[in-house]
Design a protein around this ligand. Structure first.
Ligand SMILES: [Zn+2]
Length: 368
């Protein structure tokens, strides 16, 4: 796990750190506060500077998808063995430092959440008509075979939507969310008025399909964006636990537990995502193994398993990657005492209830 130097100094933990990295917390250590936990969680949670693609004067989407995938793949392979630079914090492919710190808070105000089965939330980002077609034809049957339902975040204002396909997936018990505006990667960095105009353009879509959640294109997210989302959605799901190299090096919240930030509930993306893994050159077999190991770790940490896959052929919409996805689904459905398939809104409602309980416990502890 990774902790800020300032925290090690203030708590007195630094003195107790052994040469091999073991830490036995001294009896006279200063307590860990909510502020410490939120500070670590938010340390690298936002992408305040646009990456190159969002700064170009022309939309990066003008480059064909395969060219963008090839460029990202070259960057990924080049960097695969330099993880100490692009994943110094949070570590790749998963880093639960925030959760460790959360569990080390003063016990009177941090009751352990009920141990039980880890909720699993399956999500897709739908960037193109091809993605939507593949979703319905190839992904939904795999999910339905294990009794799961997924949430697909669809770009609302970039291409003509096939509403009959969306109606079909809804009728089969799956749901949809909003994936930005036109996937131009500009919304998070736009001036206030322009950002809100772009967000409001999704309203006909959200009303038609009862949308409750948002996923930012390329996972580019800023505090002003989240503040605006709070007025429009029940939750956001744009912050990875460990973002790795994309969209910017060293990004993520280092927690597998949903949290509140800028007045909105955040459902972190806890498993490494398909695009990053492919770009780093991992085989579908390796990807399945990494997903399974990370899901097991998230369950141990009492987090939520949240997976993002893209349905286009160049991501997960091809036979070998669909097979990796199927292997993960079978692992999750076989571990019925450890995992349970859920949905974003159900997970967020449970977290809200727990937070309310915690707040009333804290008040009682202060009063007594
Ligand atoms: Zn996307």
């Amino acid at each position: 796990m990774h902790l800020p130097a300032s925290l090690l100094d203030r708590t007195g933990w630094r003195r107790a750190l052994r040469p091999n990295g073991d830490l036995e917390i001294p009896a006279d250590a200063a307590p860990i506060s909510d502020h410490d936990v939120a500070g670590l969680r938010e340390r690298r949670a936002f992408t305040e500077r646009p990456p190159l693609g969002a700064r170009l004067p022309v939309s990066y989407r003008l480059a064909p998808g395969w060219a963008r995938a090839m460029a990202a793949s070259a960057i990924g392979r080049w960097n695969r063995h330099r993880a100490d630079r692009w994943a110094a914090f949070p570590g790749w492919p998963i880093d639960l430092s925030t959760d460790v710190l959360d569990d080390l808070r003063d016990a009177t105000v941090s009751p352990q959440p009920p141990s039980g089965r880890a909720p699993v939330v399956l999500t897709h980002d739908i960037d193109s008509p091809e993605g939507l077609k593949n979703l319905v034809a190839r992904f939904l049957p795999l999910e339905e075979a294990v009794g799961a339902r997924s949430t697909s975040y669809i770009v609302p204002c970039a291409w003509p939507l096939d509403h009959s396909l969306i109606a079909e997936l809804m009728a089969r018990g799956h749901e949809v969310g909003v994936h930005g505006y036109d996937h131009g990667n500009l919304t998070p960095f736009a001036a206030d008025r322009d950002r809100r105009r772009r967000l409001d353009a999704a309203r006909p879509f959200t009303e038609r399909y009862g949308v409750t959640g948002y996923r930012a294109p390329s996972l580019l997210r800023t505090r002003p964006l989240l503040r605006d989302l709070g007025a429009r959605y029940l939750y956001d799901s744009s912050i990875p636990t460990a973002g790795g190299l994309f969209p910017v090096p060293n990004n993520g919240c280092a927690t597998a537990r949903p949290f509140f930030v800028e007045q909105i509930a955040e459902l972190p993306l806890t498993l490494p995502r398909d695009g990053s893994l492919r770009f780093l050159g991992h085989s579908p077999g390796e990807i399945a193994r990494m997903w399974i190991e990370c899901a097991d770790l998230v369950a141990l940490a009492r987090g939520v398993v949240v997976l993002l896959t893209h349905c286009e052929r160049r991501f997960s919409g091809r036979a070998e990657m669909l097979d990796a996805y199927r292997r993960l689904l079978e692992h999750l459905s076989a571990g019925t005492n450890r995992f349970t398939f859920s949905r974003p809104a159900a997970v967020i409602d449970a977290v809200r209830e727990r937070e309310l309980l915690r707040a009333s416990d804290a008040t009682r502890a202060t009063a007594s």
